[in-house]
Design a protein around this ligand. Structure first.
Ligand code: PMP
Length: 398
């Protein structure tokens, strides 16, 4: 009998399955709003000019490709810290933040989860309801029990703050709380400054361990604005984790460029924590890849390239806002039976559109428009050519 005869077929990843169905669809006017990728007006994944410049220089320098240190490129780790915590952060001056280069935001979450499993083996992990679909699987595969805390309020298409605070209070003390620092995936619904303050107070009261996931810095209101939650926690004196990613903000999805940052109580503590995180990395993939992080470090550490990147990131951010507004206006002009102005209040690439599973199914079958069954659409996959087609179809299925 084959070694694998009892291996069951795992369920398909819902979003990747959607892509396969989209690719197989022969209709010429099909639109894929299912993916979590930013597309240009021409429907392409952009290659940022700042990235091209940095890559040119890197190729010309003919840099050898030896192994990196386990924690990655020092200039990269330090640039990540400044982006997250601010150039003048006292935490950085005091040497209290440990940052390790990771394989995207996912790799940062996984390294953090594995380290936390050793530190707090019996802790409960809480994620937002709903959350990025990989959060639950990732923490469960690290051995944790994963719970949901209330987040999205379907009635208001906004945040259920009271429910969120109550659920965070009801968790066992010292639970690990995964928080989307900005541009919530999948809803687009973010916390206000006052909301964050209240969450922070409950986290402090219950001695929870915050794990801030920031995968879209610069896609909401700006690089500094989107780091508000990170900086609020930094000012709080608490210890916490941050997973960050350049997949979207540098359009470097496949290069796997992210980082795990851990805020500790002292420089001495940081040294001990780093030594343990390095063990986790060493036994998983030994050390990270060179290309993506060296490109990002080169851009962030060069005033000219940095300015160019900020300009390009700003263009992506502005275009998403225009598309949100365009969709709201189109739907209203086409006489949609529902007010969609909540889409303008959402942040980042995604929108919980309020469409039901049946409506999403009709969009696919009748119009070749693909969205996630929950009604999540990727606003960054709209453009001036498909906006009207999509809006008309939505009006039809409402
Ligand atoms: N966290 C969230 C909230 C995400 O939406 C994503 C993916 N888009 C990630 C983490 C993972 O990012 P990466 O692709 O860099 O692994």
């Amino acid at each position: 009998m084959s070694l694998f005869s009892a291996v069951e077929m795992a369920p398909r990843d819902p979003i990747l399955g959607l892509n396969e169905a989209f690719n197989a669809d022969p209709r010429p006017n099909k639109v894929n709003l299912g993916v979590g990728v930013y597309f240009t007006e021409e429907g392409r994944i952009p290659l940022l000019r700042a990235v091209v410049e940095a890559e040119k220089a890197r190729l010309e320098a003919r840099a050898p490709r030896g192994y990196l240190p386990i924690e990655g490129i020092a200039a990269y780790d330090s640039a990540v810290q400044k982006l997250l915590f601010g150039e003048d952060s006292p935490l950085l001056a005091e040497g209290r933040v440990v940052t390790t280069q990771s394989l995207g935001g996912t790799g940062a979450l996984k390294t953090g989860a594995d380290f936390l499993k050793r530190l707090l083996p019996d802790a409960v992990v809480a994620i937002s309801n709903p959350s990025w679909e990989n959060h639950r699987a990732l923490f469960e595969s690290a051995g944790f029990q994963v719970e949901n805390y209330s987040y999205y309020d379907a009635a208001t298409q906004g945040l259920n703050l009271a429910g969120m605070l109550a659920d965070l209070r009801a968790l066992p003390a010292r639970s690990i709380v995964v928080l989307h620092a900005c541009c919530h995936n999948p809803t687009g619904v973010d916390l206000s400054s006052a909301d964050w303050q209240q969450v922070l107070e409950v986290v402090r009261e219950r001695d929870h361990v915050p794990f801030l996931d920031i995968a879209y810095q610069g896609f909401g209101d700006g690089i500094v604005e989107d780091a508000e939650a990170v900086r609020l926690f930094a000012d709080s004196g608490l210890q916490f984790f941050v997973s960050s990613s350049f997949s979207k903000s540098f359009s470097l999805y496949g290069e796997r460029v992210g980082a795990l940052s851990i805020v500790t109580a002292s420089k001495e503590e940081a040294g001990r924590v780093l030594s343990q995180v390095k063990r986790v990395i060493r036994t998983n993939y030994s050390n990270p890849p060179t290309h993506g992080a060296s490109v990002v470090a080169a851009v962030l550490n060069s005033p000219e390239l940095r300015a160019l990147w900020e300009e390009e990131l700003g263009e992506m951010r502005q275009r998403i806002k225009q598309l949100r507004n365009g969709m709201v206006e189109q739907l209203a002009a086409l006489g949609a039976k529902r007010d969609f102005s909540f889409v303008n209040a959402q942040r980042g690439m995604f929108s919980y559109s309020g469409l039901t599973g049946d409506q999403v199914e009709r969009l696919k079958n009748e119009f070749g428009i693909y969205a996630v069954g929950t009604g999540r659409i990727c606003v960054a996959a709209l453009n001036s050519k498909n906006l009207e087609v999509v809006s008309r179809a939505i009006v039809e299925v409402l």
